[in-house]
Design a protein around this ligand. Structure first.
Ligand code: BG6
Length: 487
């Protein structure tokens, strides 16, 4: 009812994630009238910061485009307050609870609370316990948003899960994988299940292979100390890319209900065999040829003999009636030639082909940047020639949806939390199934110190990459390049 209130409590409010993502996303929701009435935001962290200073820091990361937004930002900042305290001390949490109670006393209805844990793993468990014991409300619902890392392997993830489960119900926990909030990832189910012509060919009979690629043009940029403990497989592949894979490959859920959707996703993951070293290509970047960009081993915090991969390609097979024998090639890397995330579905060769030089059809879902869905297909070369040439049916968002601003993934996910929709969050059994695929390989890499192939900062990746994807069945169409349309 109009009397209900909601407080979003941001833990780790003075950290990077909160300023870069959480607060801007909350402002985006406020700006577009998606925050329910009587919503307030309380930041919590260890450092003592004056409220004015805190608000200044929030607004320094938020872009406003006009006077109206400037006014909205003022209103938004008025909703943001700050409490400092530690993560393992009852008194601090009681103080936080008093502050939240004070805010929620103003109106009479249900008093909902969302706890956003933008916290390092070391304080994760004590904080979740402190919140449950001292800041939990009986007068409304409680939702706990948690961020990766969810452990480092099957065992540590289980431990973390058990510790969390001592205080919180699975039903209250929202595990964020921000790729699930991206517009194009959310589009996948509609493409597959609301279109006869995609649905009909979505199987091993028509699809030859699937590639899911993540590229980033930046290195670890001083985060090397953190990154070195995890590596690219844990940072990107085990979560973001595997989530995309499971949606590309899942069966149609019975309904759009979160548990129906997640039941289907987890089935895909359980049908994948654990990876072995023969299934992967690992890389680590060196400095750029012009000497301007440092190599990974030069990042402070990275041990000089580190074998942590900053690039990985791996092939997965799903033992199911739909996908048996179809390679799913996942690739991800830092310090590459460009920023790009895409899903590339390559179809089978034309049976009984009568034309020379034809390329395989491909459906490409361009996740970012320049969101697009395009289909590469053969077309008669226009004019007097009768050659078949590759062309494309191109749905580029910048052209087709000119007035739409695509929201940041965090906006979309926080909105889901406010609505209580868990379909785009990771369930505990999903997490466990994902770790099982990677754990033996990760342990072997670490035990045997398997050396990654070097690649230069700004290159396409290790020299062996083309051979790797071709070995697993991808056929390159040498002459063709898609360029996003100019507006
Ligand atoms: C994060 C990784 O999960 O995703 C980062 O920890 C990476 O290393 C980032 O840079 C990429 O996200 P996006 O939304 O910029 O593609």
């Amino acid at each position: 009812s109009a009397e209900d209130s909601m407080v979003v409590i941001v833990l780790g409010a003075s950290g990077d994630l909160a300023f870069k993502k959480t607060y801007p996303a909350l402002f985006g929701l406020y700006k577009n009238s998606f925050l329910p009435p009587n919503t307030d935001i309380v930041g919590y962290a260890r450092s003592h910061i004056e409220l004015d200073e805190f608000r200044k820091r929030i607004s320094s990361r938020i872009k406003v485009n006009n006077e109206k937004e400037q006014q909205q930002l003022k209103e938004f900042l008025a909703k943001c307050t700050y409490v400092s305290g530690s993560y393992d001390d009852a008194k601090s949490f009681k103080k936080l609870n008093d502050a939240v109670d004070d805010i929620q006393k103003r109106v009479g209805g249900y008093r909902h609370r969302v706890f956003y844990m933008a916290l390092p793993p070391s304080v994760f468990i004590p904080a979740s316990k402190g919140l449950r014991e001292h800041v939990y409300t009986r007068k409304g619902n409680n939702r706990l948003i948690v961020e990766k890392p969810f452990g480092k392997d099957t065992e540590s993830s289980k431990e973390l899960g058990h510790a969390l489960a001592q205080h919180w119900l699975e039903d209250e926990i929202y595990r964020i994988d921000h790729y699930l909030g991206k517009e194009m990832v959310k589009n996948l189910m509609i493409l597959r299940f609301a279109n006869v012509f995609f649905g009909a060919v979505w199987n091993r009979q028509y699809i030859h292979n699937v590639q899911i690629t993540f590229k980033e043009p930046i290195g670890t940029q001083g985060r090397g100390g953190y990154f070195d403990e995890f590596g690219i497989i844990r940072d990107i592949m085990q979560n973001h890319l595997l989530q995309i894979l499971s949606i590309v490959a899942m069966e149609k859920p019975v309904t759009l209900d979160a548990e129906d959707v997640r039941n289907e996703k987890v089935k895909v993951l359980r049908a994948i065999q654990p990876l072995t070293v023969d299934d992967v290509l690992l890389g680590q970047y060196t400095g750029s040829p012009d000497g301007k960009e440092p190599g990974y081993l030069e990042d402070k915090g990275v041990p000089k003999d580190s074998v942590t991969p900053t690039f990985a390609a791996a092939v997965f097979y799903i033992k199911s009636e739909r996908w048996d024998g179809v390679p799913f090639i996942l690739k991800c890397g830092k310090a590459l030639d460009q920023q790009k995330t895409e899903i590339r579905v390559q179809f089978q060769d034309v049976a009984g082909n009568i034309y020379p030089n034809i390329a395989r059809n491909e459906l490409v879902v361009r996740v970012q940047p320049e969101e697009a869905v395009y289909m590469k297909f053969m077309n008669k070369k226009p004019g007097l020639s009768s050659a078949a040439v590759t062309s494309e049916l191109d749905l580029s968002y910048a052209k087709r949806y000119q007035d739409v601003k695509i929201p940041d993934a965090y906006e979309s996910l926080i909105l889901d939390v406010l609505k209580g929709d868990k379909a785009n969050f990771v369930r505990d059994d999903e997490l466990d199934a994902a770790w099982k695929i990677f754990t033996p390989l990760l342990h072997q890499i670490e035990r045997e110190k398997i050396k990654p192939e070097q690649y230069a900062f700004g290159s396409r990746g290790p020299a062996g990459l083309n051979a790797f994807v071709e070995k697993h069945g991808y056929r390159r169409d040498a002459g063709y390049q898609w360029t996003p349309p100019k507006i």
